[in-house]
Design a binder for this molecule. Sequence first.
Ligand SMILES: Nc1ncnc2c1ncn2[C@@H]1O[C@H](COP(=O)(O)OP(=O)(O)OP(=O)(O)O)[C@@H](O)[C@H]1O
Ligand SMILES: [Mg+2]
Length: 254
Amino acid sequence: MIVLDHLSKTYVGSAGAHEALCDINLHVESGDVFGIIGQSGAGKSTLVRCINLLERPTAGRVLIDGADVTDYSGKQLIDLRQSIGMIFQNFSLFAQRTVLRNVTFPLELHGTPKKQAEARALELLELVGLSGKANNYPSQLSGGQQQRVAIARALASNPKIMLCDEATSALDTLTTHSILGLLRDINKELGVTMVVITHSLSVAEQICNKVAVIEAGSIAEQGKTADVFGNPQSAATRLLIEADQGFACAKGGN
Ligand SMILES: Nc1ncnc2c1ncn2[C@@H]1O[C@H](COP(=O)(O)OP(=O)(O)OP(=O)(O)O)[C@@H](O)[C@H]1O
Ligand SMILES: [Mg+2]
């Protein structure tokens, strides 16, 4: 369903050129929860932003359901972005809008009548367990609740794909668990294909059926989550596992 075909991305700035992604080849099947895992600066966000063309690839192609979307612009691009929801580490809610108005926002952009947009938003707030918070402002919610609003907003236009960029990195362990559970339910019950960016092995293990390990802009290895983490083939994966084990030991020692 999502194919990245020989994808590369070079940023050019005043400091010169930086190759953030180099010859990436990935196949995400419909219904997958596909993890992209790697250290800070490895190119994870760049990769996921190439899928909805927030970043334009320098070379290679992005195919969605067989259609080459790489050069989409105008109405085609707007329609593509409607079909791909995205959530971020910092929730990115509109502070001046109520919870309800945050969720109706993408529907307003799409010209959905107000009553219909509100009904849909209330339905989604119920789905994410926030029915009682429709008239609150984001600042009146906990981090986990704010991420639930962001998830409801991402689902408003019925996307078939959801991109999650470090969606639980700002949350504590219990809240992370509940948000991952919600994402898993959305994948299973609504059939939304997910690409989950994370630097956390445990997040990938909890939710992803497949993972790709990315290091310095290249895919070090990819496959079923249990295979990649159970029998790592690359130094990059072994390093992530060791770092995770070291972190677990350090936590245990406290
Ligand atoms: N707009 C930009 N202009 C120039 N370089 C950029 C830009 N965005 C990212 N980069 C560089 O590209 C590389 C990959 O960045 P990216 O944000 O994709 O990493 P990441 O894996 O998401 O890291 P993190 O885990 O810290 O979020 C980094 O070296 C970064 O400095
Ligand atoms: Mg990032």
